[in-house]
Design a protein around this ligand. Structure first.
Ligand code: FRU
Length: 495
């Protein structure tokens, strides 16, 4: 049975979604059907298609009581909207259906596990959100909430754990058939940890252990965990709130964290070995991954950040929120590598190549412009003795606006800067990252899609992502060097 709340949301999104012209949206990144989108949810491959659900408030381009939006795709680049899957319509989730994940059951149905939210008045008059874990089961279109919801609540939590910060269940199945679920939570020390729950069937859940504790190392609460095996290692992804900077690796505010290590499936012990940011740009948060039928681990994140949402909100547009490119993951020498999904090559049109171009001052190149672009750029010094001091590429550029990437070989720092992209807000517009470069050589692959840039540095060793809402007429690209640099450019339009 579909509730009145869900029926209304479906009617509303169908009518309002149509009013947004396709040119007003990103072209090959999934954006919200109408209204507001945050985290990817229930990212899965089910019945021959990729499914993406997302945190969704259809009625406004700002965050509100969360629904789950829904879209499907055959190639992860062209998406078709389906009717919203979940609405906050039960006593245990009346103030929101927060983030969660999906899994196929042995009988072919799809299980969604999500966080139910209920606001509770506190003795001091304040309001706190009580969070529990809930289930819905469906066929890829319609989902029915389980009659025994919530399946995990405060009574399942060990001593000292918060019932207010208890969210974002990530499901997976172990080789022995046990269902596992990692949930973000806060222990009494106010830091974050991830709790492991197990189940014989996906419906009855039991607390197992603290899977991984933050101990105040990386921000406070850890949101939206994901966990998987890759290239002989185990990878734990999470998005910490309230981070403090550590060198150029982590920044203030909401960030992303990747822990790589080993996992013993018998004792459920995760032994961390290395840590790093997932994305070194400005707008990337709460990613989820899937295993594709051909065995690739593919990740998609929310291509925004809570700390910088005001960049767009003041515009009064009818949509806000887009997902990142699907990125193929691998682990090499204890590092997470990311590459744009290989199907993106199918969208390439109009190849333009410029080889061995000397850059000193500003240079523009024939055929190199656009806002839906795949551009591979290799930079090196003219000769080894005289190193250039700074190299920059400006894009989404016209007389008034531009966004830039700049690189100073003496510091080995790559900077993304959208200060002049048209923003009127006092938020973070720049971010710097330490990158690997030998003798001033660096390799960048930039993907632009109308409102965003994703920069894959040195074949995916690092990625820097930023959104920019500059008018689309600003489609220039130019290169600059202080000193003398030599570049190779291979550029395609994406369509
Ligand atoms: C992360 C997050 C999740 C929560 C959801 C609410 O971006 O805060 O922890 O489930 O967003 O919309």
């Amino acid at each position: 049975m579909i509730s009145q709340t869900l029926r209304e949301a479906r009617k509303y999104e169908e009518a309002l979604g149509k009013l947004i012209k396709s040119e007003e949206r990103p072209s090959f990144h999934l954006s919200v059907r109408t209204g507001w989108m945050n985290d990817p949810n229930g990212f899965s491959y089910y019945k021959g298609e990729y499914h993406m659900f997302y945190q969704y408030y259809p009625y406004d381009s700002q965050w509100g009581p969360m629904h789950w939006g829904h879209a499907v795709s055959k190639d992860l680049l062209h998406w078709e909207y389906l009717p919203a899957a979940l609405a906050p319509d039960e006593f245990y989730d009346r103030d929101g259906c927060f983030s969660g994940s999906a899994m196929e059951l042995p009988d072919g149905r799809q299980l969604l596990m999500y966080t139910g939210v209920v606001r509770e008045r506190q003795k001091n008059g304040g309001i706190c959100e009580v969070q529990t874990q809930c289930i819905a089961v469906g066929d890829g279109m319609d989902y029915e909430k389980y009659e025994k919801n919530p399946v995990l609540d405060e009574t399942d939590l060990p001593e000292g754990c918060s019932r207010f910060d208890f969210r974002d269940p990530k499901l997976w199945k172990k080789k022995d058939g046990t269902y596992c679920c990692l949930v973000g939570n806060r222990p009494a020390d106010g830091s974050g940890h991830l709790l492991l729950f197990t189940s014989p069937n996906g419906f009855q859940w039991n607390y197992k252990k603290v899977f991984c504790a933050n101990h105040h190392r990386f921000g406070l609460m850890w949101e939206c965990p994901d966990f998987f095996e890759l290239d002989g290692k185990w990878v734990l992804l999470t998005s910490p709130q309230d981070m403090r900077p550590q060198g150029f690796e982590y920044h203030n505010g909401n960030g992303t964290l990747c822990l790589i290590g080993d996992y013993d499936e018998i004792t459920d012990s995760f032994a961390e070995e290395c840590n790093q940011s997932i994305d070194y740009g400005i707008d990337f948060y709460a990613p989820q991954t899937i295993l594709t039928p051909d065995g690739r681990r593919v990740m998609i994140g929310w291509m925004q950040n809570w700390d910088t949402c005001s960049l767009r909100i003041s515009d009064h547009t009818s949509w806000y929120g887009q997902m990142s490119l699907p990125r193929e993951l691998s682990v090499k020498n204890g590092r997470l590598y990311q590459a744009p999904l290989r199907e993106l090559l199918n969208l390439r049109k109009n190849k333009t190549v410029h080889k061995n171009v000397s850059v000193s001052g500003v240079v523009r190149l024939d055929g190199v412009n656009g806002r839906k672009v795949d551009m591979q750029l290799t930079i090196c010094p003219k000769d080894k003795e005289t190193m250039y001091r700074k190299f920059a590429v400006r894009f989404a550029q016209n007389e008034e606006f531009y966004t830039s990437l700049s690189f100073r070989p003496s510091e080995s720092i790559l900077k993304i800067d959208r200060k002049f992209s048209g923003s009127r807000r006092a938020i973070i517009h720049q971010r710097r990252s330490m990158v690997n470069s030998k003798n001033g050589e660096i390799k960048l692959r930039m993907i632009l899609d109308r409102f965003s840039v994703e920069v894959f540095v040195n074949d995916g060793e690092q990625v820097m992502t930023a959104t920019m809402y500059t008018e689309q007429e600003a489609d220039g690209i130019s290169f600059f060097a202080d000193g003398e640099a030599v570049i190779d450019v291979e550029k395609y339009d994406l369509d």
